[in-house]
Design a protein around this ligand. Structure first.
Ligand code: UGA
Length: 441
């Protein structure tokens, strides 16, 4: 293959849009491709269809210089790119645990018939192991250039809210390849990062696919481990935040992903552990991953426990009680509400008769679309006005910085339940609040 100068990025969600902007930042000419004309037009105009800190600022100069463009045409993409990154979603199938890889199939089916010169197609989506091998055949069968349209797999580990930093300064690069040409091409693409010392691991297809899902399985397990300890702490009268802090000093354990609270949500961890279990079942090794059922169950139990604490704070029932919910996004620095623990709790409280008002710094518009029956406010104080209990469910900095004395002036009763163990309990108590939290006395 000739030296890489032009890259396409197919699928422009938070992964693809970030990857496109970061590839432009590394100096490549980049064409972003999306089947949704509205999304492509928005991005071309420099507006993000979602919130990601710093990304609009990164897009702007590259759009202005023309180094980065967006289109809906797969034909244009095939003609443009030396390397084509596949960044489309692999959501959970409706009513099943397995991942839906049909968007990948569709992307390949749109692109491959136009691939008439040697190129590298690079999958970044999170997939069931075996998908890359299947897609490699699919591409070679459909491309006029045949097997000279090669596939590689290069899983993405970025976190929403930290997408740019995680892309430009990743912990590692993992590439699953079948040829030295594919490896050399990816070494060239990522040369600026490799030069900075980012580890570059070369594997087969299956291992590269598994690295991603096992990383997410491990992170989910770590969160559910500490949340299981929170359950024990609640029964024993112990404090999970102190327990977690003490554990974190052991370098073999470490403190990251050891924050007990409402647990994990979002578009990745929950669906990835379920898809991983489904795939293990297909491979005949379901027993290897049955522990992930428990990880999932512990995670979901935290949401019910949160509702129980909120009900207790309301005197045993929600009827006639006003409940302020601070947070709708699945985590701070994001407007993503997919499988959001906060909204799940808000909806349960409302179902049980609570009069719920939600506020989130970025996610209210998305929340309103998915949960139109909930009431929304445009500030934390607006949500809390007249409330009998305040539920802190997404740990935005804005909520940690609230003056509890001032908030106490607008509520009906000074009761707060901290679902994220992120508020300063002493400060809230000093301001006259009854403070409760998950995993603490
Ligand atoms: C996750 C992984 O962290 C990324 O490495 C991966 O690339 C990404 O999924 C993906 O597969 O695309 P993300 O879903 O953006 O990233 O968010 P995380 O920061 O991992 O948080 C996930 C959830 O866990 C959030 O709901 C968060 O509140 C929760 N969490 C996290 C805890 O409850 N406790 C913790 O200690 C840490």
């Amino acid at each position: 293959m000739a030296p890489v100068s032009r890259i396409t990025v197919i699928g422009t969600g938070y992964l693809g849009a970030t990857h496109a902007a970061c590839m432009a930042e590394l100096g490549y000419e980049v064409l972003g491709v999306d089947v949704d004309p509205d999304k492509a037009a928005m991005l071309q105009a420099g507006t993000l269809p979602f919130y990601e800190p710093g990304l609009e600022d990164l897009l702007a100069p590259h759009l202005a210089s023309g180094r980065l463009r967006f289109t809906t045409s797969a034909e244009e993409a095939a003609a443009f790119g030396d390397v084509h990154f596949l960044c489309v979603g692999t959501p959970q199938r409706k009513g099943e645990f397995a991942a839906d890889t049909s968007y990948l199939d569709a992307a390949v089916d749109a692109l491959a018939p136009h691939l008439d010169r040697p190129c590298l197609v690079v999958g970044k989506s999170t997939v069931p192991v075996g998908t890359a091998a299947r897609l490699a055949t699919r591409i070679a069968e459909r491309a006029p250039v045949g097997e000279a349209a090669e596939l590689a797999w290069n899983p993405e580990f970025l976190r929403e809210g930290h997408a740019i930093g995680d892309t430009l300064h990743p912990d590692r690069l993992v590439v699953g390849v079948r040829s030295e040409t594919a490896e050399a091409t990816l070494r060239e693409v990522y040369a600026p990062l490799i030069a900075e010392g980012v580890p570059f691991l070369v594997t087969d297809f299956a291992t590269s696919e598994l690295v991603k899902v096992s990383a997410n399985a491990f992170l989910s397990t770590k969160i559910s481990f500490i949340n299981a300890m929170a359950e024990v702490c609640e029964a024993a009268g112990a404090d999970v935040t102190q327990l977690s802090q003490a554990l974190s000093y052991d370098p073999r354990i470490g403190g990251q992903f050891l924050n007990a609270g409402l647990g994990f949500g979002g578009g990745c961890l929950p669906k990835d552990i379920r898809a991983f279990m489904a795939r293990a079942g297909e491979l005949g090794v379901d027993q290897a991953l049955t522990f992930l059922r428990e990880v999932d169950a512990i995670n979901m139990r935290r949401r019910f426990k949160m509702v129980d604490l909120a009900r207790d704070a309301c005197g045993g029932g929600f009827l006639g009680r006003r409940v302020a919910v601070l947070g709708a996004a699945f985590k701070p620095e994001s407007d993503d509400i997919r499988d959001s623990p906060a909204l799940n709790v808000a909806a349960q409280v409302q179902l049980q008769g609570g009069d719920v008002t939600v506020y989130d710094p970025k996610a209210v518009d998305n929340a309103r679309k998915m949960y139109p029956g909930l009431a929304y406010a445009d500030s934390a104080f607006g949500a809390a006005a007249g409330a009998h209990v305040v539920l802190h469910l997404t740990e935005w900095r804005e909520f940690r910085e609230i003056d509890p004395a001032a908030l106490g002036e607008v509520v009906a009763e000074r009761r707060v339940v901290d679902g994220r163990n992120a508020l300063d309990a002493d400060r809230w108590r000093a301001a006259g609040w009854t403070y409760r939290a998950l995993g603490r006395p």
